[in-house]
Design a protein around this ligand. Sequence first.
Ligand code: BGC
Length: 767
Amino acid sequence: MSATATGPHRRALLAGVTALAFAGAARAAVATPARHAVLIRTLIGQMTLDEKIGQLNQAPGGRQRALNSRIDAAQLDLVRKGGIGSYLHVAGADFLRELQRVAVEESRLKIPLLFGIDVIHGFRTIFPVPLGMAATFDPDIVRACSRVAAIETSVSGLHWTFTPMVDIARDPRWGRIVEGAGEDPYLGSRIAEAQITGLQGDNLAGKDVILACAKHFGAYGAANGGRDYDSADLSERTLQEVYLPPFHASVRAGAGSFMTAFNDIAGVPTTANQALVRGQLRDQWGYQGLVVSDWNAILELINHGIAETPAQAAALALKAGVDMDMAGGVYAGHLKEAVSADPSLMPYLDQAVGRVLATKARLGLFDGPFRFGDSAREKTELNSPAHRTIAGEAARKAIVLLKNEGGLLPLSPAGKRIAVIGALAGDASSALGSWRARGQVGDVKTLLAALREQSGATIDYQPGAAPRGDDASGIPAAVAAAKASDVVLLVIGEDFDHSAEARSRSDITLPGVQSQLAQAVLATGKPVVVVLMNGRPLALADILGKADAALETWFLGVESGPAIVDILTGKVSPAGRLPAGLPRNAGTSPSFYAHMPSGRPADPDLAKDSARYHDVEIGPLYPFGHGLSYASFAYADLVIDKPRIGPDQAVAITLSVTNTSKVAGDEVVQLYMRDPVASVARPVKELRGFVRVALKPGETRRVTFHLHAMQTALWTTADRWRVEAGRIDVMVGASSDDIRLRGSFTITGAATTMEPAASLLTRVTVS
Ligand code: BGC
């Protein structure tokens, strides 16, 4: 079935796909301009070995919640000696101006410092957590939020953020699922592009932009059992088809830096993985930017058991292509020893130094070391009304309506008595999520405050139970409030510190006594709206089964409360979609919609031996892509413009979507594909396009997806992707489990490409 395209044909194919990949995010890996190349060569020629190693040293200037706290006189001396290339966990226009001044005025070579910080979902204006941002299915709002984050970060004197986390996460036990875009590589690729282009703008030397960092390369999200930092033992196919595409999309979007993961893939820690970092990322994908280790990860190569001494660990990481050592001090303390033991490391060292200097040059720091940081604008930009407006829009777009039986929502609260139960309703700190850079609890408008201000209802608030802990003494008062109410808002989930780094959980039901609280409230028989707040998909089949309506609200940031109230009251119709399915229980993890068909597909009949569990229903409670609306939508008239295409051609898949209701709303139209007969088993469905369309009551729009044959390619051995001849089925619908229209086309020949299929953009037009 397959043939390898060679010569001009193959080049044409690759050119075609490259054009396609660039269609939505036209930023290439940037070559160093000649002027900078000369400067860098000259500097490297002048540098001592210690000064070179200094450039590779990224030191913590503080701690995550105590920025700048470690910058003392000894650190300033180190800067003067050229011993530091970069600081992380620092902030503040005036503070960083002074630190930079020491570097560019008092060090011998006057090389500027690079200042980095984790701005994961906002700097001071905090947006929804990344999983919530992905739930918007709207790259434009993601880009807009990243733009705001870049403005606030850069006026505060910083050049670099360790964002986006593009790790695919298919196991909700893994706490860091909150930091990424969920389970799907196509969605993950689009969200990654949006974040990177929002942070970096068109030109890193421009105004109000910062350097992005795609992390954690390459299969951090595949940690065994969902245990953070654990080994990823996955097939080459899964690595290439599922985990790497968002990284490839990040390269195409121009990400200026990459971070390697803490963990190993089949025994090879990525921080020392030459084949992956130097080979795949740099040589095959053409990535020219900076690679930084994760925090202390070079030293941890000793724990992994592949180095005996810090000098060996340093040599392994350097050879793999890791340019900068984050917080480990291993390059600073031991690279000299490694280089004298093995002078063949010298060219690697010079390359790494060159890349650090090139990054500083790209950011315009040699021309204007103080161009970042503006203490006047710091006062006006941070948490500005304009930025909060964007945060509010993102928060509204991120909310997912999971169920709405009997049309309980939207509520008409005026004059009603609403029991608000659950401590998370008033928990401003949790609304900020786990990463908050300079976010302030006082900036948050909570759900409770917004209900009191905006709803016109009598609010009877009873915390009932804290998000964790075993104090059940508040439950009777909560039940009494529920009984006396017209409707209950049951606000349950996790607090902000129950997900994110090193926050894996084996039990992903409600922590503490919240289940007891929820069951007691549900038993009152009052209408109950569950409002979930959490950083991971929770397993709540029983509670969600009994509730009348449920909203997934993640942690929505500073405008959390007003956004939820707007959705509850129908001011805005919900349209967020699940970027990762909600499991029925933790024992089914990892599971995902894009699974292989199996020779014995899951069968509802337990008498048949099939690919399922005996003690739980088939599939997730709510699947990937699920999300309801107050409006209703009809899909019709699917047309595929060509029944047959060559492997270097595209089809246009067009359909109509109509708002058949009396309320305005957005619909997220999703395109899935399947290769039904291939040389290897293919997933039952794979997302290959989506668009969030706003539709007025009665309005119809035509949506066209431009799908290229290359986007059906599968990974083969020998580092290649192959488009196979044969039929491709396409499915269009409102979720991965709500397919409304089907069609197919045939690819008439085979071809080879180098681009991961899921990383390529499907252009969508709406008329
Ligand atoms: C995390 C990274 C983060 C870094 C710096 C590490 O522990 O894994 O995602 O960017 O710390 O804070």
